[in-house]
Write a protein that binds this ligand. Structure first.
Ligand SMILES: [Cu+2]
Length: 160
């Protein structure tokens, strides 16, 4: 648990968020509250910066939960990639995310530059500018959601 808390703090700092964003499921079922509405997940703004190498790329997206129950992104895969892995970047390195990514009730989780990302390895066919790469995001509550990530120029910055 301690490791989780430390990693969570790092994520919050990297994203410029308060620690409240990492509260996860801790506050569910508060006394007096009715049954929470189920998690309702939407994934938007998915893109892949045009990679320097043809078979390895990074994917970013925003996950929003408009429901009253936290959800968790458990894994990501891509039909055109041999493997996909969720990673957390820090100032000096990156490491695989283990244990999933929590999407708080009425909250969001962002995969963005200098933060969380999905590594796509063994891509075939190679990414083509303007084409789309299909991603399958599997959530604990919401099940598997299919997302089309657009291949963008390397310097692309999403509108915030
Ligand atoms: Cu990575």
């Amino acid at each position: 648990m301690r490791r989780t808390a430390v990693a969570c703090a790092a994520v919050a700092a990297a994203l410029g968020l308060g620690l409240a964003a990492c509260a996860g499921t801790d506050h569910q079922g508060a006394a007096g509250a009715g049954p929470a509405s189920p998690a309702k997940i939407a994934v938007t703004g998915a893109y892949v910066p045009m990679p320097a190498s043809p078979d390895m790329a990074v994917a970013y997206f925003d996950i929003n939960n408009s429901g009253g129950t936290a959800d968790q992104l458990l894994s990501v895969s891509a039909p055109t990639a041999q493997s996909a892995e969720m990673d957390q970047s820090t100032a000096t390195s990156m490491s695989a995310i283990t244990g999933g990514v929590t999407v708080p009730a009425h909250g969001s989780a962002l995969f963005a530059r200098d933060g969380k990302h999905v590594m796509l390895m063994g891509l075939s066919p190679a990414p083509v500018l303007g084409h789309r790469i299909e991603l399958l995001l599997t959530f604990r509550q919401a099940g598997t959601i299919t997302v089309q990530a657009t291949v963008q120029p390397l310097t692309y910055q999403p509108a915030s």
